[in-house]
Design a protein around this ligand. Structure first.
Ligand SMILES: *Cc1c(COP(=O)(O)O)cnc(C)c1O
Length: 230
């Protein structure tokens, strides 16, 4: 159930404090870790409450949910939407005019279609390549072996700007188990040009954001801890 506006505000403060503490423990400047508030399944009022507390970046997983929500919140200047769910090529047009980044790009085909649609809309969309680092069956994200070709396509395609890598590790009871997959994503970044070419590492959710920050996350995607259970 979606939390009340007051609960969203205090939960957001608590998440920011948690990010700050995790960054300091890791010897990092907290300002180098951005919070992406994942608002999927929660209504426009929940987003308004977080926005009123200063939150500007919001993540959504479903095009059919994002489009009406973005329309309902069009008055919130400076709000940035980020797409983090599985994206079909036939939906690229709907998001290309709307989002700051698509963090779930996992094929050359998606890179090209997104670039084509963004260019047609006169925009540039930031993209992160989602990698299936744990090689899970039937999971979103490209294979590790496919990454070089997708990165090359991203660098040569007009309309998209390559920003970094993203991953969702296997579900685990113990957040500590996520750490090796976060380290694996960071190693892939180092292997493919480092922070200069791939500045963003989007990893860590409600249950494992501390581990992700320790491993070098520059973006944590947090839903439940801000907006309540889905
Ligand atoms: C839903 C979702 C999140 C947020 O998960 P919480 O556990 O609610 O913080 C983050 N990333 C992706 C890709 C998601 O689908």
């Amino acid at each position: 159930m979606t939390a009340t506006a007051e609960a969203v505000r205090s939960a957001l403060d608590a998440v920011r404090a948690r990010i700050d503490a995790a960054a300091r423990r890791a010897g990092r400047d907290p300002a180098t870790v951005a919070l992406l508030a994942v608002s999927k399944t929660h209504g426009p009022e929940a987003v308004r409450a977080a926005y009123a507390r200063g939150q500007r970046d919001f993540g959504e997983n479903y095009v059919q949910e994002l489009v009406p929500k973005a329309a309902a919140l069009a008055d919130l200047t400076g709000l940035r939407w980020h797409f983090i769910g599985h994206l079909q090529t036939n939906k690229c047009r709907d998001v290309a005019g709307l989002v700051a980044t698509v963090q779930s790009v996992d094929s050359e085909r998606l890179v090209r279609e997104l670039g084509r649609r963004a260019a047609a809309a006169g925009r540039t969309v930031g993209i992160l390549i989602q990698v299936n680092v744990a090689r899970e069956a039937q999971k979103s994200g490209c294979e590790v072996e496919a990454l070089p070709a997708i990165l090359a396509a991203a660098r040569e395609t007009p309309g998209v700007a390559l920003r970094g890598l993203m991953t969702v590790p296997p579900a685990a009871d113990d957040a500590g188990e996520s750490r090796r997959w976060f380290d694996a994503l960071r190693a892939l970044r180092d292997e493919h040009g480092g922070a200069a070419l791939l500045p963003e590492l989007s990893m860590g959710m409600t249950h494992d954001m501390d581990e992700a920050i320790a491993a070098g996350a520059t973006v944590v995607r947090v839903g439940t801890a801000i907006f309540g259970a889905r």
